[in-house]
Design a protein around this ligand. Sequence first.
Ligand code: NIG
Ligand code: FE
Length: 420
Amino acid sequence: MSDGTVTLFVNAAQTVTCAGPARARRDTEMQDAAVQAGVGVAVQGERIVAVDHDAALRGRYPDAVEIDCDRGVLAPGFVDSHTHTVFGRARYEEHELRATGVPYLEIARRGGGIHASVRDLRARSDDELYSVAVPRLRALAAGGVTTVEIKSGYGLTVHDELRSLRVIARLADAGPLNIVPTCLGAHEVPLEYRERPDGRAAWIDCLTNELYPAVAAERLARFADVFCEPGVFTVPETRRLLTAARSHGMDLKLHADELHDGGAAMLAAELGAVSADHLAAISPEGIAALAASSTVATLLPATMLFLGTGRQAPARAMIDAGIAIAVATDLNPGTSPLQSFPLVLTLAVSQLRLSAAEAWIAGTVNGAAALGLAGETGQLRQGFRADLAVHAADDFRALPYWFGERLCRVAWARGRACHL
Ligand code: NIG
Ligand code: FE
C-alpha cells in the first residue's frame, strides 16, 4: 500500500475503540472499552487517520479501498507486553515432572528449568533462533496481537544475551509486528557462576559492568527486567541491577512476587518501574505500594494455570485498590507455552474475575502502557498506529467467552496486513 492510499475498515457489528486517555486506566476506567456500533476506521500509511461512522468515512474518503469487516468485531490489536519468544526447544519433561509434585523452583535447583533452555539456546545459531521465533510471532498475530514485547534471558553470557537481543532486533526489522526488546540478563544466575563461591556477585558484576553497557551501546533493549524472587535474585540485588540498567538508559520491568512474596512489588514502586509482572504472591503492602505508584501490574494468568499452583494474582483487590492491570501471555517454554492472546482474555475473566471490558482494556490500553506506548497503540483513535484486528464475532464478549477458539480474521500492524 502506498502512503497516499486510504483504507477503510467498515461494516463492523461492534467496534471496540478503547478510546480515552493515552495512559494506563485504573479503577472504574477499566470498565469502559468504548464499544460502538456502525463505526469504522480509516488508515493511511502507518496511522489511523479517522474513526467515525461508516457513512461519514465514505463521504470523506470517496476513493478509499474498503475492507469489509463482515459484521465482525473491529478492535485494536492486542499488546502482548510480556513474552520470552526467543527460545529453542520445548520442555515437555518438566511439565510432567511438575505433575508428579516437583515444584518449579526445585526443578531449577536441579539444573533444569531456565538452565535447560540456556543450554539449548547456547547451542543454536542465530539463524535457528530466528526461525523458531517466527512461527510463534505468526501464531500470536493470528490471535489478533500486533505488538509483542520479547525478552532475552536464555543466553546468560554477555555473548549469548547480545545474540538473543540481535535476533529480537532482526524480528523487529522484518515486521510487520511492533516488537519491543527487553534485556533479561538477570533471569537466573547461570550454573557456571552458581558453582563458584563468589559466583552470584561475579554474575551481577558482569551484568552491570559488561552486559548493560554493551546493550546500551548497540541500543538493543528498551527495558531491563530481573527475575526478583526468593531463590533467584533478592530485592537488594535487583535494586542494584535495575539501578545500573537505568543508568544505561533502559526503563524498568520486574518479574515480581511470582511464587513467593519477597517484597518485589514494593521495589517496583520504589524504582518507578514501568511494570511489575506476575504478582501472584503479592502482599497487602505490595498492593498498597503499587496503588500509590504509576507502575502497571501485568498479570499472567496462563502461567499460574500451567504451573498448576491453583492460585492467581488477587486482581480484583488490586483493581479496587486503584492499580492499573495489564494481561499478557508470558509465552515461554517453562511456565507458559501459550501463543493465544484471546485465551488470556478468557483466563482474565474466569480466573482473575475481570469483566470482559476490563479484560479488553488490560490487553490493549494497559498493555501499551506497560510498554510505555500508551500514546501510540492499544486504541482505535486518530493519530494512533494502525494496529487493529477484525474478529469473527458480533459481540466483544465473544473473545473471552469462546475459549480456545480462533476468531481473528485479519490483523494489521502499522498499517500493514499480518499475513496469517
Ligand atoms: O515468566 N519466571 C521467570 N521466567 C519465566 C519462566 C521462564 C522459564 O521457565 O523458562 C516466567 O514464568
Ligand atoms: Fe516471564
